[in-house]
Each structure stands twice: as structure tokens, then as C-alpha cells.
Ligand binder design. Structure first.
Ligand SMILES: [Zn+2]
Length: 87
């Protein structure tokens, strides 16, 4: 029954290739990173390796990231900043 095993192995290879192809296809960004709208070919806005539906969305995402960065700072840093502001 070695023939069956070979067939099975070939089938597995084929399936793996198919899965890899599918994964590659899914990796392509099709929606806006900010508002998640499907990207139109004509109105895509490309920045920093990512696609957005408009410049507005790119800016919105940057603003959000800045806010998150600020929020994730330690309270120690914030205290120091407040002291600095009181001077
Ligand atoms: Zn958008």
C-alpha cells in the first residue's frame, strides 16, 4: 500500500500550497485601517506601508496612536510633568 501513502502525501502537499496561497491573499489589506471601509482602487491613500481610504483616516489613526502612547505612559512620568508645569 505504498502507492496510497504517496498519493496521500501528494495531496497533503497540494493542500498546504493551497492554504499558503490563501493566507497570502488574505494578507493583502482590503479595508481601511481606521474606519474599516473597503478600499476603493481609485481613492486609496497609502502611507507607511498601510492603506487608508483617505488622508483623513490616516490622520485620525495617527492621532489615536498618539493618544494611546500618551495614555500608556507611567503615572510617574505624568507626575513629573505636572510638577514641571507648576513651576
Ligand atoms: Zn477610512
Amino acid at each position: 500500500m505504498t502507492e496510497d501513502k504517496t498519493k496521500q502525501a501528494k495531496k497533503e502537499v497540494r493542500e498546504a500550497k493551497k492554504a499558503a496561497k490563501k493566507a497570502k491573499k488574505e494578507a493583502v489589506q482590503t479595508n481601511c485601517l481606521e474606519c474599516n471601509k473597503p478600499l476603493m482602487k481609485k481613492s486609496k491613500y497609502y502611507r507607511n506601508g498601510k492603506y487608508y481610504c483617505a488622508k483623513k483616516c490616516f490622520k485620525a489613526l495617527i492621532a489615536k496612536q498618539e493618544k494611546e502612547k500618551a495614555a500608556s505612559r507611567t503615572s510617574q512620568e505624568k507626575e513629573a510633568e505636572e510638577k514641571e508645569a507648576k513651576k
